[in-house]
Design a protein around this ligand. Structure first.
Ligand SMILES: N[C@@H](CCC(=O)N[C@@H](CS)C(=O)NCC(=O)O)C(=O)O
Length: 205
């Protein structure tokens, strides 16, 4: 078994969290290297593309969280074998990456500027993506995004929905998802209570 080290911020969200859950689901030991923002700033010049997460496999540093998630998902049996279902899964992963790019534009802003940027985000891209994720969920049958079962797409989506509904982003109403996409809110509860996810968080307490 290779040696795995995942470097990412010390919070239960973002691009790194679904990869951590998938590692746990696969029963694969990995070093969960959690860093503060200050440590990231100090270390980023040594990181490929100056970005986190970074997955080191036997010392080789690899970037791109969705690629990591597919890789670990394959090992965990959480990535579809059927090409169409795999494509459905990939679409969800890619759309989340697109949404994150829109969201991070408002990071670092303050006061009125932040409020204005977040309100534009809520009325614009967030509404588009939240409705879009609901549509993808319904295409998958309503319970899961692909393959009629838990896949890495569900891990990616539930982490994002949880963040949006928890009020982590100032000026983003915590009921936005419930109003626009009730199926997505139910999906969060479904995935949170999945034995795979329950076991992961139990392992961290
Ligand atoms: N496409 C990359 C994007 C990585 C990325 O942008 N990471 C963020 C953290 S989630 C980052 O390092 N941001 C630092 C910055 O932009 O200053 C991936 O999916 O891993």
């Amino acid at each position: 078994m290779p040696n795995y080290k995942l470097t990412y911020f010390d919070f239960d969200g973002g691009r790194g969290e679904p990869v951590r859950i998938a590692f746990h689901a696969a029963g694969i030991e990995f070093e969960d290297h959690r860093i503060s923002f200050e440590e990231f700033v100090a270390q980023r010049d040594a990181m490929p593309f100056r970005c986190a997460p970074v997955l080191e496999i036997d010392g080789t540093a690899i970037t791109q969280s969705n690629g990591m998630l597919r890789y670990v998902g394959n090992l965990a049996g959480l990535y579809p074998e059927d090409p169409i279902q795999a494509l459905y899964c990939d679409e969800v992963l890619g759309a989340h990456e697109d949404l994150m790019h829109q969201t991070v534009r408002s990071f670092g802003l303050e006061g009125e500027e932040l409020k204005r940027a977040r309100e534009e985000l809520v009325d614009g891209w967030l509404t588009t993506f939240v409705r879009g994720f609901e549509a993808l969920l319904q295409r998958g049958g309503g319970d899961y995004f692909a393959d009629g079962r838990l896949t890495v797409a569900d891990l990616k989506a539930f982490v994002q929905t949880r963040t949006l509904r928890a009020g982590v982003l100032d000026h983003v109403p915590t009921d936005l998802v419930d109003r626009l996409a009730p199926g997505l809110a139910e999906h969060q509860a479904r995935i949170e209570s999945d034995p795979v996810v329950v076991a992961y968080y139990a392992s961290r307490t």
